[in-house]
Design a protein around this ligand. Structure first.
Ligand SMILES: Nc1ncnc2c1ncn2[C@@H]1O[C@H](COP(=O)(O)OP(=O)(O)OP(=O)(O)O)[C@@H](O)[C@H]1O
Length: 232
């Protein structure tokens, strides 16, 4: 199967750079690659720029220098259509799932909103939803619940499920287990591995927890003192 890698080529990020200010350098000359179906683990102490790097590689923020490549295409050279495709193919899952769903809507309604947005024909909504719930390992009854009636682990699964409806090729997982009880952290990691094996999705896994990174990753790096050090 033809696969496209997601690659950072010598990227740097500085906030607040202007005519009169040199700004604050968050990281400099960072290069790494996430391959299809594999996990690149990004660890490092708090505040060193891991989330910023995740947003840059997902195209939500521009690097100050350097280039992000999706396959052989540099992001700044993509036309509007290519950029829309890229934004759909590369998704971010944030750490706190509680804010991810409208608290006034039942889960089923939020899921249908995504399917409508994707212009999936109404006749396919039920089967798509069923397939998604099977992938994330939740029963259909969650559809009739409000977000407040579900656990953090269940909401995290549903957030992943909602992302999977977009058929992404890459997902930035920003501290995916840090908001969860210890008892469900391992289950969530196993589910992420299972989904990856089934759908060949590449992950950028951001975590301050080295054990999580070692368990999940095919390759990894430590972001510290503004630099990324690749680790064997
Ligand atoms: N939009 C912004 N403008 C200015 N500074 C920012 C902005 N976003 C992040 N920063 C700064 O960039 C630095 C890195 O933040 P970031 O959240 O990327 O680190 P992190 O390694 O993910 O931290 P944590 O593990 O605590 O989530 C911090 O000092 C933060 O204050």
């Amino acid at each position: 199967m033809f696969s496209i890698s997601l690659r950072a080529d010598s990227i740097s990020k500085t906030y607040g750079k202007g005519l009169l200010s040199k700004g604050k350098c968050i990281f400099r000359e960072v290069s790494f690659e996430i391959r299809s179906g594999e996990t690149f683990g990004l660890m490092g102490p708090s505040g060193e720029g891991k989330s910023t790097l995740g947003r840059v590689i997902a195209g939500l923020e521009k690097p100050t220098y350097g280039t992000v490549y999706y396959g052989s295409s540099p992001l700044p050279e993509m036309n509007k259509t290519e950029h829309i495709t890229f934004r759909r193919k590369v998704q971010i899952m944030f750490q706190d799932p509680t804010g991810a769903f409208n608290p006034r809507k039942k889960i089923g309604s939020s899921v249908f909103d995504v399917l409508k947005l994707l212009q999936i024909p109404h006749i396919e909504h039920a089967s798509k939803t069923k397939e998604m719930l099977m992938t994330i390992g939740l029963p259909e009854e969650v559809l009739s619940r409000y977000p407040s009636q579900l656990s953090g682990g269940q909401l995290q699964r549903l957030e992943l499920g909602r992302i999977l409806l977009l058929e992404p090729e890459y997902i930035v997982l920003d501290e995916p287990t840090s908001a969860l009880d210890v008892s469900v952290q391992a289950q969530t990691l196993h589910m992420l591995k299972k989904v990856q094996a089934e759908k060949s999705i590449g992950y950028l896994l951001i975590s301050h927890d080295e054990a999580v990174i070692r368990f999940m990753s095919d390759s990894c790096g430590l972001l510290e003192n503004r630099q990324l050090r690749l680790i064997d």
